[in-house]
Ligand binder design. Structure first.
Ligand code: 13P
Length: 348
């Protein structure tokens, strides 16, 4: 087993810690072209390159966002784009004290021979791409693997091949001076209850950390981006934020090494307020967990922003106000000090 501390290990650990600094979390703005098209269609905006650029500029030029946002995950197109004044987005973020990151997986394909399973692609040539993104200013990366709960799913093989690919990606990132965010997402889709989600999430995390260890990944220089433990969307089960917090923390205490500096949750289709309330409940339940409990939300930070923007220049101030507000609510959730009154304050 490789266990050598390379010269950049300390730098990786510092970046990972900065991404989960107190009161701060990550904005996931790395929607692929297909996904952003879906989001834009929902508000009647066509997905042209200029509209995508203008929307990301809206997000990244929000005043004082660095109070609550430590890093932004970009997409390949976005990391090459500029604001209206010709400043490259990574540079614009750096000037605000925000760390640029990059999604480097290339999406999932069906896993041959295993109906309903997928495996994430993007390892070929990844080292070269990482060097290119690093030159553009990226200090961290993201790779998402997806697991579905269903009839006989996920399979051992589905878990294993994705865990192996996540670890290959993470080891490559660290060798190229980039902090890997390791994202195994157990989907909310389905009729399963919360107990089954806990079981599957635990099995996935065990396999992922076994592979990370086997491939010599430094836990100190990475972050984990998991789902929360939740009942399936169509289960009919209702659970309180405290129940989610208990199940999620129990699962992670059993499977996530304490050397990992932070757990940055994905929102995965929860409403913006649910994602905040549940993160808050975790930090309220456990004041000194082994890892920072933070956020790396896409939809839960952006949904209200998209709704307010509607592709219109005149709506930008209101859209930015809502983005700042959601970021601040999640910032408060980092210390368990969020309260629903915060929502009323902005509605006024
Ligand atoms: P959501 O918070 O919308 O799930 O997105 C986070 C993400 O980066 C998914 O890969």
């Amino acid at each position: 087993m490789k266990n050598k501390m390379t010269s950049n290990t300390a730098e990786l650990a510092l970046t990972a810690q900065a991404l989960v600094a107190p009161g701060k979390g990550i904005l996931a703005a790395d929607e692929s072209e297909g996904t952003i098209k879906k989001r834009f269609t929902s508000i009647g905006v066509s997905s042209t390159e200029e509209n995508r650029r203008a929307y990301r500029e809206l997000l990244f030029t929000t005043l004082n966002m660095a109070e609550a946002i430590s890093g932004v995950i970009l997409y390949d197109e976005t990391i090459h784009q500029e604001d209206a004044e010709g400043r490259p987005f990574p540079q614009l973020l750096q000037q605000k004290g925000i760390i640029p990151g990059i999604k480097v997986d290339q999406g999932k394909i069906d896993l041959p021979g295993f109906d309903g399973e997928t495996v994430t692609e993007g390892l070929d040539g990844l080292g070269q791409r990482l060097d290119h993104y690093r030159e553009l200013g990226a200090k961290f990366a993201k790779w998402r693997a997806v697991f579905t709960i269903g009839d006989h799913l996920p399979t051992r093989t589905g878990i294993q091949v994705n865990a192996h690919a996540l670890a290959r990606y993470a080891a490559l990132c660290q060798a190229h001076g980039i902090v890997p965010i390791v994202e195994p997402e157990v989907l909310m889709d389905g009729e399963h209850d919360m107990a089954l989600c806990e079981l599957v999430t635990g099995a996935v995390l065990q396999a992922v950390f076994a592979e990370l260890l086997a491939q010599g990944v430094s836990y100190e220089g990475m972050l984990l981006k998991p789902n929360m433990v939740l009942p399936g969307k169509d289960s009919g089960q209702t659970v309180s934020p405290e129940e989610v917090a208990e199940a999620t923390l129990r699962c992670f205490r059993r499977t996530v090494p304490a050397a990992v500096p932070g757990i940055v949750f994905l929102s995965g289709g929860q409403s913006a307020e649910e994602a905040t309330v549940r993160l808050n409940a975790m930090n309220a339940l456990d004041e000194s967990p082994p890892w920072a409990l933070s956020f790396s939300y896409g939809r839960a930070l952006q949904q209200p922003v998209l709704q307010a923007w509607q592709g219109k220049q005149g709506n930008i101030p209101e859209a930015q106000r809502l983005f700042y507000h959601r970021a601040k609510c999640n910032s408060a959730a980092r210390s368990g000090t969020y309260s629903p009154q915060m929502e009323l304050a902005t509605a006024a």
